[in-house]
Structures are given as structure tokens and as C-alpha cells.
Design a protein around this ligand. Structure first.
Ligand SMILES: [Ca+2]
Length: 497
């Protein structure tokens, strides 16, 4: 038997230690300093329930939003910005994860994001950004504790109140007095100012709870529009060619034929509309205050400001109030990017951008790769005026909410020309609108189908009764299915199979 000489053994032993030592030294030298980030400061402002046309910038006849207008006029304004699902928490989850609701599975206003799901704030923090969150998080019921990915946290439970909120500041609950949107603004300004002595870039996520119900304007704005003449939308009375479930909804708590007493004691349509509008004045002042502090610090030109809303709002169109449905007032939102040093000038862009694009875009601005789990695309090339191929259609989905069962599960496809809406779990009409000829969505091209008591797939009845329109609808239907499959979705969601 060959024996190992003690000398060799000793040498091997010493060598082993030398390797260990070198390896240990090498680990120490590679053990990184915290990553450094070199991207711009980024402020993401999210408004709650602001519909796309609710800005004086968008030619609203009497609403006053001078501060947002001033910013929007000097921005790349996205005139066709949409949400992929029109409900607060599911939409907010799509924003932070870059995923559709069928993937992140925050399908109602109580569910939390699954632990471990990559979010853009987490990637920013890991990439060396200092990250702050101020306002309504709402994903996870009444849990107001700091979420992963944030160095600074100032939030509250659920929707939070409009006045005197108990704020959770970095894990400690502190009572505040005053109008919540003002308090969120002050905390945001404190955050911005606190970062001035630090070269590390920051990302501030200001997540307003306004202009959500119960519409509660700041005391200084209450009554501002009390004498303003309110005009109801001319689509309010229109119900011909609509699905029966939607006609029935007119009398529900999300319908225009009820008492407008959802959460607040509005009593009538005019009061309902006026209070929603007066809430917007507080949001406008908030944006103005953020702009003022950046100007004061000489940072308005090189700070990215992204403005978006988590969903739109029906104000009586088609007899509905609230959101959830796929009509434009519910899914289209105001959106712009103000970044004079990073863009090639103010302009209007009419390509489809989506909530799921926000995370990838912010990470792109920060010079960080988006996780593969994010479905959306960075619209930074659009902001910078580059020629890129871009989507010409997108999927919309909404999953029936146990707290609002009058709206069924929806799968839809919005293309440049058409808006196609299918309903899951109800025997009823689908909807198809030619958006070029009928932007207010009055004439349902498949609304004349006699469904009766025949039941069975809607498209089969359409094919029997109107072959020409069937050809259009079938192509859209196939495209919807293909689009859903590309994002790992299905019109037969796995959890109901
Ligand atoms: Ca909302």
C-alpha cells in the first residue's frame, strides 16, 4: 500500500491553509460595498381613481388643475395610457410587479402580494437606490407595516382616512392631524429634502389616496364647485345593445339609478360629481408643492417625475359609476413623464402604455435590468423619442370581486380600432365597439344578437345571426386568446378549472 509521506501531508496541509487564507482575503475584497447607483432621482406620483379626461389640460370645461397642467405641458404626455385591471389593489400590484393580475393574483382589495415576488422598488434598492414610499399601499388589507424594498415607509391601514390619519412611519404608528393628502405631501417633501446631502439617488413613490371615495375635499376646497352647473354624460341613459348584467347594474351600488350613497352621503349626481372634482384640487396642490421644492433645490430639470392613476372612474357613462368595467372612462388614465434633461422635449405620444410597463420603465431609467417576471415593457425609448416597435393591442382583465359581484369576470382586447369585451361566467352579450367611429362606445356591434334562452357560446349565436360581424369578432377573439397565452394567462383561469 502506498503511504503518504508526513512531509507531503504537512505541505498539503499548509497549502490548504494558504488557499483558505487567500480565498478568505479574496472574499473580503470582493465582498461588495453596497451597490452604487448612478441613475437620476425618480418621483413616481400615483393618483387614485383619476380618469383620463379629468384635468384642465385635457380641455375639461371648468376643473382647475393649474399645477398638473404646467407639469404636463412640459412633459411627454401619454394620451393613451391604460390600466390592465381597473380596481385599486390589483392595479397597484400590477404597477409594482409589472405583472398582470392573473400572475400576481392580487384579485381583490384585501390580498397581499406573494412574498418573494420581485417588485421595482426592491430591484431599485438592491441596485443602490434609496427608496421611499408615502401613502396608500392597500395590498394586504389592514397591514400597514413596511413592505420589502423600501428604506423609508410612511403609510396607513387599507384605504386610510381623509383626515387625521394614524401613519405608520418605518414601523412606528404616529397620529397625525390634518388633511391626509396634505400630510402625504409634507412627508414627501421632507423625504426629498432629507436626501440633499447624499449622492445616492432616490426613488420616491407618492401614492395618493385621493380622489377615491368617499370624496372628501380639503376644507379649503369644500364647496368650490357648489354652484357649478353639472352636465350629466349623454351616454347615461343609453342602454340599447348592452348586456343585461350591465343594465341591471344601473340600480346597484355602482349604478347611476341609485342614491349615490356608496360611502358618502352625496344624495344626488351633482353633489357626487362636485365632491370628486373638489378632491382633485388637493391633488393638484400636492403636485404643485412637489414641483416647488424641486425648483427651490434646482432639481426640477434632472429629476424624473412620472404621473399615473391606478384606474379611471365612471361618472354615469352607460348608467354606471365606479370602475371595474372595460369602458374607456374606467381603464384609461392620465399619464406623463416630466424629465427635461432626459427627454427630447415636450410632446404628445398616442401609443398604448400600461400599468405593467411602469416598473420596467423606472428600472430602465435607473440603468437596472427588469426581472424576467415583469411582463411589461420599458417605455423609456418612447420618452426619449427613439424609433421602436411597440404594441398595437393589449389585454384587459378583471376578476369578479366578492365585494362587488354585480360585475362579472372580464377578458377583453383593446386594439387601435376595436374594443372587444367578453364576460366569463354569465350567459349574456359580449361587447364590440369600433373605437374610430364610436369612441363613446354607444353602438355595440354585437348587441343585436338574440341570445334568448338558447345559451351556449356567444360567438356561435353571433355566427348564425350575423356572419359579417362574426368574422371581425372571431378574429379579435382568437387574438385575445393568443395574447393571453403569451402572458401565461387563460380565459379558463387555472384556479376555476
Ligand atoms: Ca383606485
Amino acid at each position: 500500500m502506498k503511504r503518504i509521506s508526513p512531509l507531503i501531508t504537512q505541505s498539503s496541509f499548509s497549502l490548504f491553509f494558504i488557499i483558505l487564507l487567500v480565498s478568505s482575503l479574496s472574499c473580503t475584497s470582493e465582498n461588495p460595498e453596497p451597490p452604487t447607483a448612478s441613475g437620476p432621482n425618480i418621483i413616481f406620483i400615483l393618483i387614485d381613481d383619476q380618469r383620463y379626461d379629468f384635468l384642465s389640460f385635457k380641455n375639461h370645461p371648468w376643473l382647475e388643475t393649474p399645477n398638473i397642467d404646467r407639469l404636463a405641458e412640459n412633459s411627454v404626455y401619454f394620451d393613451r395610457a391604460y390600466v390592465t385591471t381597473s380596481l385599486c389593489s390589483p392595479s397597484r400590484a400590477s404597477i409594482v410587479t409589472g405583472q398582470y393580475a392573473h400572475t400576481h393574483r392580487v384579485l381583490d382589495n384585501d390580498t397581499a402580494i406573494q412574498p418573494g415576488t420581485p417588485t421595482f422598488p426592491q430591484v431599485l434598492q438592491d441596485g443602490g437606490y434609496h427608496t421611499g414610499f408615502v401613502g396608500k399601499w392597500h395590498m394586504g388589507g389592514s397591514n400597514d407595516m413596511p413592505r420589502p424594498g423600501f428604506d423609508y415607509w410612511a403609510s396607513f391601514k387599507g384605504q386610510g382616512p381623509y383626515t387625521d390619519p394614524e401613519m405608520n412611519i418605518n414601523g412606528e404608528r404616529i397620529p397625525y392631524e390634518g388633511y391626509t393628502p396634505d400630510i402625504l405631501t409634507e412627508l414627501s417633501i421632507d423625504f426629498i429634502k432629507s436626501r440633499q446631502e447624499n449622492e445616492q439617488p432616490y426613488m420616491l413613490y407618492l401614492s395618493h389616496k385621493s380622489i377615491h371615495e368617499p370624496f372628501t375635499p380639503a376644507p379649503r376646497h369644500a364647496g368650490r364647485y357648489s354652484t357649478t352647473e353639472i352636465t350629466q354624460p349623454y351616454t347615461l341613459e343609453q342602454s340599447e345593445g348592452k348586456p343585461q348584467w350591465l343594465i341591471d347594474q344601473r340600480k346597484s351600488w355602482h349604478g347611476a339609478e341609485r342614491d349615490y350613497d356608496i360611502y358618502g352621503d352625496y344624495g344626488d349626481y351633482d353633489t357626487f360629481f362636485r365632491r370628486y372634482s373638489e378632491c382633485m384640487l388637493g391633488v393638484d396642490e400636492s403636485v404643485g408643492a412637489i414641483v416647488d421644492v424641486l425648483e427651490e433645490l434646482g432639481q426640477l430639470e434632472d429629476t424624473v417625475i412620472i404621473y399615473y392613476s391606478d384606474n379611471g372612474y365612471m361618472m354615469g357613462e352607460h348608467g354606471l359609476i365606479d370602475k371595474r368595467v372595460m369602458y374607456e372612462e374606467s381603464i384609461r388614465v392620465p399619464a406623463f413623464v416630466h424629465w427635461p434633461d432626459g427627454t427630447s422635449g415636450a410632446r404628445m405620444d398616442d401609443r398604448f402604455i400600461l400599468t405593467v410597463d411602469i416598473g420596467p420603465t423606472i428600472l430602465d431609467m435607473a440603468g437596472l435590468p427588469a426581472p424576467e417576471s415583469m411582463y411589461g415593457n420599458s417605455f423609456l425609448p418612447l420618452v426619449q423619442g427613439e424609433e421602436v416597435s411597440w404594441r398595437d393591442a393589449f389585454v384587459y382583465e378583471y376578476f369578479m370581486d366578492p365585494q362587488a359581484v354585480q360585475t362579472p369576470t372580464i377578458f377583453g382586447l383593446r386594439t387601435e380600432k376595436y374594443s372587444y369585451m367578453t364576460y366569463h361566467g354569465v350567459w349574456d352579450l359580449f361587447e364590440l365597439y369600433d373605437m374610430e367611429a364610436d369612441p363613446k362606445q354607444l353602438s355595440n356591434l354585437v348587441g343585436g344578437v338574440k341570445y334568448g334562452h338558447a345559451y351556449g357560446p356567444f360567438l356561435r349565436h353571433l355566427g348564425n345571426q350575423d356572419p359579417d360581424t362574426y368574422a371581425i369578432a372571431k378574429a379579435l377573439d382568437d387574438s385575445l386568446t393568443a395574447h393571453l397565452h403569451r402572458i401565461d394567462g387563460s380565459r379558463q383561469p387555472r384556479w376555476v378549472q
